[in-house]
Design a binder for this molecule. Structure first.
Ligand SMILES: [Zn+2]
Length: 489
């Protein structure tokens, strides 16, 4: 179908109005759409009240725990806040959170300044589809500005250790995980030699999801492997998928389905999932499927970088990019310069067209790499994913939102993905303007996680975070009056 004629700004706003959960809708609706705000006002005020309390208690904790760290300012910088750009802003970071985003630096001249002239500050990127095996993966992600990874299945033997590392350390990306995926006995996910529980029938769903929740899973991943099923691999049936989604939702968990075919998409959508992992592999643009996905408010993480890894020489441009190469290990350069194991994809256009049809239908598309499949690598391949999303038809601004605010909204992680007061100071400073040229995300100048800068040049073994250099202690009571934290929108 034809792309509706509207400005990128109108499109962005509309996507948010349709997709945002109530607590995010109310802040936006007040600005853009009064009547929707009225309809949600009771929910808004309740939710905002709760979030304000959380933010304020966070403020108190920060003030108490950071007596010697008054913060710093990234000054005179273009800000992409997760939704849109603002020129010449000053972003104040205190105690690991964004304290203020202001036009005038005057009230903050006592703080150390990072000059952002000519650069753009973006929220830390979120890879919405990763498979993380060790702490080095998390560090590699952070090196390329990916401050949060959403793992979609890893070995249960390493899962808890990764959670602990991400909680304890700021020199690795934050880590969230689906834990063990929900798949049929012998289904996709069981072929890796890792002993995992499976789901044979709908009546197994409750116990399976309860175990995931108890084990710390942040969301549920359900596997519908329709293409593999055609070759004899078992797959979940619709009733079991529906029972799994119901069990997830009853525990407040987001449910995401791995899909391979358009039929998988239909089953997933009718089961009530919140999102889809991967784009359908065959047929290219599918306006009817895309319309269905959009109508049901289901988000899609196409993970284009992985199938593109089966296109000949597709990794060479990443390996040879002078903005990336100095930060890549020899092993990763060799990986990206080589070929994926598996059949070569001759024509990648159908994958791009499929995503294009989602975009035309106004479905919510999120950025995820599915690293380390094919010839993808942690961190760096998300930049390729952003490039591919733009090639598929998203504007650079939409692609950036797909890796920041929109992921946070879709996965209900309200403390990040945006540059706004109260949000975690997970930040990436890049040279140039990625809202006009998406390739600028590769030109990273500095990376902070929770307000602490990461040393990108250190080798993995040496990598360590360092506190920003700051002057002597300053009491929280000396902070300017307008610094009150509000919610991270
Ligand atoms: Zn995956």
């Amino acid at each position: 179908m034809a792309i509706k004629e509207q400005s990128p700004r109108q499109r962005r706003v509309r996507i948010f109005l349709r997709r945002s959960p109530p607590f995010m809708r109310c802040t936006r609706d007040r600005r853009f759409n009064g009547d929707i705000h009225v309809r949600h006002s009771r929910l808004c005020s309740t939710t905002l009240g709760v979030l304000s309390a959380i933010a304020l208690s966070g403020h108190a904790r920060i003030a108490a725990s950071q007596p010697s760290n008054p913060g710093f300012v990234i000054a005179h910088v273009r800000v992409f806040d997760g939704r849109q750009s603002h020129t010449d802003r000053n972003v104040v970071i205190v105690g690991g959170r964004i304290q203020a985003v202001v036009e005038s630096l005057d009230a903050w001249r006592h703080l150390p300044v990072v000059d952002g002239t000519g650069a753009t500050l973006i929220p830390g990127l979120i890879d919405a589809h990763s498979h993380t095996q060790n702490v080095t993966d998390l560090q590699q992600a952070l090196r390329f500005g990916v401050t949060t990874v959403l793992d979609m299945f890893t070995d249960p033997a390493v899962e808890q250790g990764l959670r602990d590392a991400a909680k304890r350390r700021v020199d690795v990306a934050d880590f969230r995980s689906a834990g063990v995926l929900a798949t049929a006995p012998g289904g996709h996910g069981t072929e890796y030699g890792i002993a995992i529980p499976t789901v044979a029938r709908a009546s197994d769903a409750e116990a399976f999801v309860a175990a995931r929740k108890a084990g710390g899973s942040d969301y549920l991943k359900i596997v519908l492997n329709g293409v593999r099923a055609a070759r004899g691999t078992p797959t979940l049936d619709a009733a079991t998928a529906t029972a799994l989604v119901r069990a997830a939702h009853s525990r407040g968990m987001v449910a995401v389905a791995h899909v391979e075919s358009t039929e998988d998409v239909r089953i997933a959508v009718s089961s009530g999932v919140d999102g889809l992992a991967h784009i359908w592999r065959e047929g290219g643009a599918a306006p009817d499927i895309a319309e269905l996905v959009a109508r049901k408010n289901v988000f899609v993480i196409p993970t284009l970088a992985t199938p593109e890894g089966f296109v000949k020489n597709s990794g060479v441009s990443l390996a040879n990019d002078s903005r990336l190469r100095p930060f890549l290990s020899d092993t990763i350069i060799a990986l990206l310069s080589g070929s994926a194991k598996g059949p070569v994809i001759e024509d990648f256009k159908p994958f791009l067209d499929a995503v294009g049809s989602l975009r035309a239908a106004d479905a919510l598309v999120l950025a995820g790499s599915d690293v380390p499949n094919a010839i993808t690598a942690h961190g760096v391949s998300l930049h390729r994913e952003l490039e591919l999303l733009v090639r598929a038809g998203l504007t650079p601004t939409e692609a950036l939102a797909a890796a920041t605010a929109n992921v946070a909204v879709a996965f209900k992680i309200p403390d990040r993905g945006m540059i706004a007061p109260g949000c975690r100071a997970d930040l990436v400073l890049v040279r140039g303007d990625p809202t006009s040229d998406i390739m600028a995300t590769r030109d990273i100048l500095r990376v902070w996680r929770s307000g602490v800068e990461f040393d990108r040049r250190a080798t993995p073994a040496e990598a360590k975070s360092r506190e920003p250099s700051i002057p002597a202690a300053k009491a929280s009571s000396d902070l300017p009056a307008e610094s009150t934290l509000t919610v991270c929108r």
